[in-house]
Write a protein of this length. Structure first.
Length: 278
């Protein structure tokens, strides 16, 4: 198996050959530092940190608690503004709800709406004509494995199904950037694995640029095309490694997890997370 340095070199060479080195990245983070509080009470949560996310990449941010993973995601979403440095999305300043769909740890669905109405609301704000919304709702539910559930109330479906609705709602906006903040953390192991498989398939089919936050090394390797390990706070880049595993929707998940390359990546990223926590 190629060494980590060889994989990074191959990834850089591939980007240059494809002409992406000069393209505007989907997300750009330049010398960003973020602090909470003021004066003597100020705490630096993140940085200095720089990275680019090319269009179509599935970047996973992994690291110990307090490493600034969720802080970085909020900066990209436009929910907060960096204390110093620059964050851009498609070359512009991030604005909440405009450039990215966001999926949180909890589904945050409207309980007084049906499953379909939750998604239809997102389509409405995205400017989709009313007559087209029912068909789009059906397409999105089918994409996340929930065909036929549009008329159910949110309290009539399981927690895992609710999170699938949240992903469908995030995709409904038509954004080409998806931000996910530990969306599967509260789910049982079996449901979590199934949703990982579904999200990986959706990513393969749509090619949507994604930034995913997790504490799980296995989740990072399974989902990502690239993993960035952040150090214990203030978070900086401890490891930046490509994940060159097959990404077609027909892959056998168990077979993928059984590949020697998968085990080697998991070991490398896991070691970096442990070192970052010290």
């Amino acid at each position: 198996m190629p060494s980590p340095d060889d994989r990074r070199a191959d990834a850089r060479d591939g980007a240059r050959e494809a002409g992406t080195a000069t393209a505007v990245p989907a997300v750009s983070v330049r010398e960003v530092t973020h602090r909470y509080g003021r004066g003597a009470d100020a705490v630096t949560a993140l940085g200095p940190l720089s990275l680019d996310v090319p269009a179509g990449e599935f970047l996973v941010l992994v690291g110990p608690s307090g490493s600034g993973k969720s802080t970085l995601l909020r900066l990209i979403a436009g929910f907060e503004h960096a204390s110093s440095g620059d964050v851009t999305v498609h070359g512009g300043t991030p604005e909440p709800g405009r450039q990215a769909g966001v999926v949180f740890q909890q589904p945050r669905l409207f309980p007084w709406y049906t499953v379909g109405e939750n998604i239809s609301l997102a389509l409405r704000y995205a400017g989709v004509p009313r007559a087209e919304r029912p068909a789009r709702v059906g397409e999105l539910l089918d994409r996340v494995g929930l065909a036929g559930t549009a008329r159910r109330r949110t309290w009539q479906i399981s927690g895992g199904q609710q999170q699938r609705v949240a992903i469908a709602r995030a995709l409904a906006g038509g954004k080409d950037l998806l931000l996910l903040d530990e969306p599967f953390a509260a789910l049982d192991a079996l449901t979590r694995e199934r949703l990982q498989e579904d999200l990986r398939t959706v990513s393969s089919l749509t090619g949507i640029t994604s930034v995913f936050v997790t504490h799980s090394v296995d989740e990072a390797v399974f989902l990502g095309t690239r993993a960035v390990v952040l150090s214990a706070g203030p978070g900086t880049v401890a490891l930046d490694v490509p994940i060159p595993l097959p990404r077609t929707g027909s892959d056998d998940p168990d077979g993928l997890r059984g590949l020697p390359e998968y085990a080697a990546l998991r070991a490398e990223i896991g070691a970096a997370v442990r070192d970052a926590a010290r």
